[in-house]
Ligand binder design. Structure first.
Ligand code: ATP
Length: 583
């Protein structure tokens, strides 16, 4: 397939922010993909060449692209930079410059999807001496063959900033629609798509199956190619790989025990809600892999946990779900999440840090055991298996503290005891429910003392002045719009941050964290790639024309950094609309 065709689709997606239109455009495109190309197309549509869970970045800096453009067009780097400042988009700049150049050249090689995909993958792998020159050469060769519109999207792909506004939900719906249209041998008009996604409809069933397969594989390219080639039944065969990351099951919130009982049914299991760090642990013989709920591999950072699992879990293969809670090595008391969060990103002195900030692993679920998936088994049965296979040791590895009850008084007592222990609250869990990776379905609910907060993404800041010189200050925060995959601004915060590295988060710490993600600077203003999620406390949500979300927060204040959250897991525009209405 020619890459040019894909860029035509990108253009269509960029030209509309209507979700259904995007769905239709992509579905049409997928229907015409050959089996050879579909997996690549699905990744490229997301602006990536490796599934998101893989820790592989394309890693091309904009400066390198400027040099490659210079080599491809002969236009000086200064002039390219000038043009870039004017357009604010290096992709558009590349498009315009290649257009100028192409008027003078007659031949260019036809770029295929495969060629672009493979070249970018190669670029991502090159390292070592001379790698910069080689990369520039490869990029400039691509750009020399590219049509102007192709240059635009190649550059954006290289910079990992595709800007076509495509959310995961829309991609999933498009794959479902493409499959449905092929199966039914008809083409659905845009205005009828919404209606077909009704409750219990066939299209909805297909969509849910795709979502389930995605929650297990975390890779739409595998899901789409399996579905298109082998049909819907084959999605059941997408099996878990114990060493790959999986999405964890999430909890809904309840306001009291009574509501919790109603939601999960009684009798139910009630467990401590530990204030720690969620871990999904895969074991295959002696190989142990730890992933976060952001699907990041943190095995290296937790050698202590690896040892604990090796020694105390009796299973050939398994995937365990649990929470690592930090404790003070002297007092042996639990400490809050913030204190162990430093372990997540640490790259040096890991052994020493694991002694200074030790963790106790509290296992509360199992998804896979000795070559069998357990996600469709009841929680009661899954708990019995972890009771059987884990050798418990205080302050090392434990099963989550649990009672089973239908008695409100008993439950209240347990809740109080949990808080006294330094936990966040309790979880109430249905005994009969399966495990739904990636879903907030209400098979488990959380109860904790109320404080409304939002998880928001930092997208901008200002360089400080006076005593805050050299630090980023006044942080612009955004919520996530699932429909368009965009981050929409909702306010700025500057409080809740410490001047020095005392207890809590300091300006210096935030600055260090955000610096690698700065994409643009104008005077003191800094634009930041949406990557870092923070928990924000506030007094009220107000309607506001000042921010493009349409809302603003009154008195926003930083509570903590959420290292465990991906940006697209932050609070959504829809959630904020709901909260606003409830106020
Ligand atoms: P919060 O912000 O309240 O921690 P969250 O949005 O991070 O919640 P939720 O899924 O809504 O995540 O709340 C459940 C979280 O509580 C889990 O992700 C897990 O990290 C933690 N947790 C602690 N103890 C348990 C337990 N016994 N069972 C399940 N989850 C637990």
């Amino acid at each position: 397939m020619e890459y040019y065709e894909l860029t035509k689709l990108y253009e269509l997606l960029e030209s509309t922010n209507k979700r259904l239109e995007k769905t239709k455009h992509i579905a049409e495109f997928i229907k015409n993909c050959t089996p050879k190309d579909i997996d690549k197309v699905i990744l490229l549509l997301q602006g990536i060449v490796y599934p998101k869970y893989e820790d592989k970045k394309i890693g091309i800096a904009s400066k390198m692209v400027v040099k490659a453009l210079n080599a491809a067009t002969g236009i000086s780097s200064e002039e390219i930079e000038k043009y870039w400042k004017k357009t604010g988009d290096l992709g558009i700049t590349a498009q315009e410059l290649i257009k100028k150049k192409k008027q003078h050249t007659l031949f260019s090689q036809i770029l295929t999807v495969e060629k672009v995909f493979n070249t970018v993958r190669k670029l991502a792998k090159i390292e070592g001496v001379g790698s910069t020159d080689l990369k520039i050469k490869m990029i400039s060769e691509l750009l020399t063959s590219a049509k102007p519109i192709e240059a635009r999207y190649i550059v954006r792909l290289l910079l990992e900033d595709l800007r076509v506004g495509l959310g995961e939900g829309t991609l999933r719906d498009s794959i479902a629609l493409a499959y449905y249209e092929i199966k039914e041998k008809k083409s659905i008009d845009i205005e009828n798509i919404q209606g077909l996604f009704g409750k219990d409809s066939e299209l909805t069933t297909i969509r849910d199956k795709i979502q389930e397969a995605y929650d297990i594989s975390n890779d739409y390219s595998v899901v789409a190619s399996t579905l298109m080639e082998k049909g819907i039944i084959s999605l059941n065969n997408i099996d878990m790989d114990v060493l790959k990351p999986l999405k964890v099951m999430l909890a809904q919130k309840v306001k009291d025990i009574k509501e919790g009982f109603e939601r999960v049914g009684v009798p139910c299991a009630i467990e401590y809600k530990y204030d720690g760090f969620r871990m999904l642990i895969g074991k295959k013989s002696d190989k142990i892999v730890i992933h976060t709920r952001r699907l990041e591999n943190v095995t290296k950072q937790f050698p202590d946990v690896v040892e604990l699992v090796k020694e105390n879990v009796k299973a050939e293969t398994c995937i365990l779900d649990g929470e690592a809670v930090g404790y003070d090595p002297k007092t042996k008391k639990y400490i809050p999440f913030q204190n162990i969060s430093q372990r997540i990103k640490r790259k040096y002195d890991i052994e020493q840090l694991s002694r200074e900030v030790p963790v106790e692993l509290n296992i509360f679920d199992i998804l896979y055991y000795n070559n069998n998936s357990l996600i469709n088994e009841s929680f009661e049965k899954r708990r019995k298996i972890i009771e059987k296979i884990i050798i418990q040791k205080d302050l090392k590895i434990k099963l989550a503290e649990q009672i089973i009850t239908d008695n409100e008084k008993e439950a209240e007592k347990f809740y109080k005891k949990s808080l006294e222990f330094g936990n966040e609250g309790v979880m109430l869990k249905s005994l009969t429910a399966p495990y739904k990776p990636g879903s907030r379905v209400g098979y488990m609910v959380k109860l904790k003392p109320v404080m409304e907060t939002l998880d928001l993404v930092i997208v901008g800041a200002e360089w400080g002045e006076g005593k805050r010189k050299g630090w980023l200050t006044s942080f612009t925060i955004s919520c996530y719009d699932e429909d368009t995959d965009e981050y929409l601004e909702i306010g700025k915060f500057g409080t809740g941050i410490k001047e020095k590295d005392e207890e809590g988060v300091s300006f210096e710490q935030l600055t260090e964290l955000l610096k690698p993600y700065i994409i643009e600077e104008k005077g003191r203003e800094v634009k930041i790639k949406p990557e870092i999620v923070v928990e924000i406390k506030f007094e009220e949500i107000q309607k506001s024309p000042s921010y493009n979300s349409g809302y603003a927060l009154r008195f926003p204040r930083l509570v903590r950094i959420r290292e465990d959250r991906r940006p697209d897991e932050s609070s959504t525009l829809r959630q904020i609309e709901e909260m606003y209405k409830k106020q």
